[in-house]
Ligand binder design. Structure first.
Ligand SMILES: Nc1ncnc2c1ncn2[C@@H]1O[C@H](COP(=O)(O)OP(=O)(O)OP(=O)(O)O)[C@@H](O)[C@H]1O
Ligand SMILES: [Mg+2]
Length: 363
């Protein structure tokens, strides 16, 4: 079992000085209280150990408590119990010479955000993610890409390299237009495109097979990537030539439009609800939320399979979800040997958790 045992929050949004001790005999932690009381802020605070912007995507200048002098320090400390080890993580943010300085520590030694993931991954569902299912392609693709990055540091690396190479190609197109140099960089870009397309499809396949074997009772959905440039990735050499040609052909138009017209964004993500056999965009709001949860849960199974430790934050998971489906969600998350945090406005929403949970009433 992995979970937070103690949490200290100083000068973070609506929190001036707050501490919380949790009883590790409970893995389900429920925070309830009225709108605006600080439920999301509480879990948002330690989501900064996973992501530089937390679960709400907040920039650092919005996290200092309002009406405070600007030279105060934000401190977040979480003491995590992981099997029998105690891990003491702390984050300190302060402003120096008008610049934010951020320090992350594990047991008083500096640690990077990416290294923290080797000890604990923080996975969440928040209301800000609802739109992923009903809005366009970009959000879905980015959401899945982020999940792949969590599992696969190589994918992370090629996405970053690819961004750098694309920036370099633009620079050459804008300045010296050296065709030999362009040929070299486009060959590199094409290879990374191929790898990215390939890893995405393998991940979708793995997710689909996990959903089929583990989450059938919850919701059966299927994730499929589509691309107008190819049907499959079997013939690597032919595809590399095709990508290189496409990049070469687009040099002029890319320079004029200031965008790479053929890129990894040519992938479309199709998510189909197998029960209704309809695309997720056409599903009901509750069905869309359950679909999002299905993907998150499938990813949790993958993390479990890869022996990665994680905790799960479910901010307002009960909204748009009926009692029966929330019951099913609880049955699914209860299968993981990890801490799960829930927020909601009312204790009665969590009846199904009852004496299995640690309830915190914020007021
Ligand atoms: N930098 C800040 N300084 C002070 N207060 C802030 C800051 N940022 C946000 N807040 C306030 O914190 C309060 C709590 O917000 P939070 O999102 O945690 O509420 P909540 O309990 O999750 O409410 P809901 O049930 O509506 O989701 C809000 O009133 C918000 O305006
Ligand atoms: Mg909230």
């Amino acid at each position: 079992m992995i979970g937070i045992e103690k949490l200290y929050i100083e000068n973070f949004k609506s929190y001036r000085n707050y501490s919380l001790s949790l009883d590790n005999k409970y893995k389900h932690i429920v925070i309830y209280g009225h709108n605006g009381i600080g439920k999301t802020n509480l879990i948002d605070s330690f989501s900064f150990f996973s992501n530089s912007k937390g679960l709400r995507g907040s920039s650092l200048d919005t996290i200092l408590p309002k009406n405070q002098t600007s030279n105060i320090t934000t401190k977040i400390r979480m003491i995590v119990q992981s099997d029998r080890n105690i891990l003491n993580f702390s984050l300190q943010i302060n402003k120096e010479d008008n610049k934010f300085k951020k320090t992350l520590l594990l047991d008083n030694k500096k640690i990077s955000l990416s290294n923290i993931k080797n000890y604990i991954k923080i996975i969440w569902l928040s209301p800000y993610m609802d739109k992923i299912m009903y809005e366009g392609q970009t959000l879905k693709r980015n959401f899945l890409d982020k999940m792949i990055m969590q599992n696969d540091s190589y994918f992370n690396k090629i996405i970053l390299n690819n961004k750098k190479d694309i920036a370099e190609r633009f620079h050459i197109l804008k300045t010296i237009k050296d065709t030999k140099w362009l040929d070299v960089i486009e060959k590199k870009i094409a290879k990374d495109f191929y790898d990215i397309f390939n890893i995405r499809r393998k991940y979708a396949e793995e997710m689909n097979s996990i959903i089929c074997s583990k989450l059938k009772k919850f919701r059966e959905i299927k994730i499929k990537y589509k691309n107008t440039f190819f049907d499959d990735l079997i013939d690597k050499d032919r595809l590399l030539d095709l990508f290189i040609n496409e990049l070469r052909k687009n040099r002029e138009i890319d320079e004029i439009t200031k965008r790479t017209n053929f890129s990894i964004n040519s992938d479309e993500v199709n998510i189909v609800d197998k029960k209704n056999n309809i695309n997720i965009e056409a599903c009901s709001t509750g069905e869309q939320k359950i679909t999002l949860l299905t993907i998150i849960l499938a990813n949790c199974w993958k993390l479990k399979k890869d022996n990665s430790k994680f905790i799960l934050l479910l901010d307002e998971a009960t909204s748009h979800i009926d009692r029966s489906n929330f019951g099913k969600l609880f049955d699914e998350v209860d299968k993981f040997d990890t801490q799960i945090w829930y927020t909601g406005t009312n204790k009665s929403l969590f009846q199904v958790i009852e004496n299995k949970g640690f309830f915190i009433h914020l007021q």
